[in-house]
Design a binder for this molecule. Structure first.
Ligand SMILES: Cc1cc2nc3c(=O)[nH]c(=O)nc-3n(C[C@H](O)[C@H](O)[C@H](O)COP(=O)(O)OP(=O)(O)OC[C@H]3O[C@@H](n4cnc5c(N)ncnc54)[C@H](O)[C@@H]3O)c2cc1C
Length: 411
């Protein structure tokens, strides 16, 4: 009698965009165990709306067990602490040891301070729901302080980093100040200043020059002061010092200047390029053919000679590719190199203000804004989150208010 081949055991570290997509793509072909330190997946592209009071925090978090229901995929909440490469096992911080035939590392990224002193101590990061709630609380607490003053005390919020996250955040703060906070206390709102600081010559450098200029104009219309060619030297309490010797008062500084491979990746004793795991074009880790790395943590060099951008479509496409690679390996077939299909970029600046660039197609204003809304709603996980997000957005749109202006980080 012919023996049915055993399904391979696959352990996936990280249940974000890459890890969860890989798990689902392998559901029929492997015994999958997914590991994450949280029991929910964070929809990072909408995190800035949590910090600017546009969305409730639980609308951007989706329970992993809910996403895996009826799939047979195992979930473990925990973090890897070591790998035994001889026996193909991985130890978690719960002391559990998981055996694997294939390992997929999808641990994502962490805030990179690029060696700028004071980032950890005096700036707020933007990588988790917790950090987003801290930003919201810090800004609204300063606003409450400002409401006590009748003088010309200025409260400055600075966002460092002119990529999509920084731009979206600065625009959303400007709208929070111009709408809800102005209605709460006009004098205080008039004394809030928002800065966006970018080291390069223009914001949104992944877009064409025309769209990037459009984005800057939209931000300025909302009242944001955009500082380009302005490299940060150090973050100090209530102040940012620049490399050109100037400085800017800043009561709340948000660091959206960049990310690096998640440091936990280094515990796995795998080769690194800078902070990302060194992989071949097949996404196999160099010298470890049964281990793959995907998403932000994978240091894959693209056709342009540069590392793949740290964006969700890269992580999801790599996840599907690796699932196919594992099926090919199990069937004794040759592996294929990963090819990224870049479907374009988009960023929203505020109500009816967005930019979209898909190859030669460029959209601005209302059509771009609707395209942005629709796409984010489409990719958001979970029916409850979609309905909650639509409810928050509709409320914000119709009332010009933001219902999530709570300071919830203290008793
Ligand atoms: C604020 C923000 C906004 C963004 N906006 C966009 C956008 O608009 N469009 C876009 O395409 N991309 C955007 N990105 C980038 C995008 O979110 C990432 O490229 C994408 O999430 C990468 O997927 P990933 O699977 O590699 O990592 P993630 O989705 O980050 O998943 C990593 C997972 O690993 C888990 N993990 C990490 N360390 C450990 C550990 N030690 N132990 C256990 N689990 C661990 C995390 O909890 C997480 O669930 C944004 C990123 C940020 C931070």
């Amino acid at each position: 009698m012919q023996k049915t081949p055993q399904k391979p055991r696959v352990v996936i570290l990280g249940a974000g965009f890459g890890g969860l997509t890989a798990a689902r793509a392998l559901v029929n072909d492997a015994h999958v165990t997914l590991v994450d330190r949280h029991n929910f997946q964070t929809f990072l592209p909408l995190l800035y709306q949590v910090s600017t009071a546009g969305l409730a925090a639980d609308h951007v978090a989706h329970p992993i067990r809910g996403a895996l229901r009826k799939t047979g995929i195992q979930f473990r909440m925990g973090s890897p602490i070591s790998v035994d490469h001889k026996n193909n096992t991985i130890k978690l911080d719960s002391s559990e040891v998981l055996e694997f035939d294939y390992l997929i590392v999808a641990l994502g990224s962490a805030t990179a301070d690029f060696g700028v002193p004071g980032v950890t101590e005096h700036a707020l990061g933007m990588k988790s729901v917790n950090e987003a709630l801290t930003i919201r609380a810090e800004v609204l607490r300063r606003f409450e302080d400002l409401c006590r003053f009748e003088d010309d005390t200025i409260f400055s919020i600075s966002v460092v980093g002119g990529g999509p996250t920084g731009v979206e955040m600065a625009g959303a703060f400007a709208e929070l100040v111009r709408g809800p906070l102005k209605h709460d206390q006009a004098h205080a709102a008039a004394h809030i200043k928002i800065n966006l600081i970018e080291a390069g010559p223009r914001i949104l450098p992944m877009f064409s020059e025309k769209l990037s200029a459009h984005g800057q104009k939209d931000l300025e219309k909302l009242g944001v002061t955009v500082h380009v060619n302005t490299a940060v030297q150090a973050i100090k309490p209530r102040k940012i010092e620049m490399k050109d010797g100037s400085s800017l008062p800043s009561e709340v500084t948000i660091w959206a200047a960049g990310v690096q491979g998640e440091p936990a990746g280094a515990l796995l004793n795998l080769p690194l390029v800078n902070t990302r795991i060194d992989v071949d074009q097949t996404l196999q880790v160099k010298h470890y053919p049964h281990i793959f790395a995907i998403g932000d943590i994978a240091g894959l060099v693209g056709e342009n000679g540069r590392m793949m951008p740290m964006v969700a479509p890269v992580a999801m496409q790599q996840a599907r590719h690796v699932a196919k690679q594992i099926k090919r390996l199990a069937a004794g077939q040759e592996l294929k190199p990963f090819k990224y299909i870049d479907k374009g970029s988009m960023a929203t600046i505020g109500r009816h203000k967005a930019i979209v660039e898909v190859k030669k197609l460029r959209l601005v204003g209302i059509p771009a804004w609707y395209a942005w809304l629709w796409l984010h709603l489409f990719y958001l996980l979970g029916g409850r989150n979609k309905i909650g997000t639509m409810a928050d957005w509709t409320w914000n749109y119709l009332t010009f208010d933001r219902g999530n202006r709570h300071i919830m980080d203290s008793l």
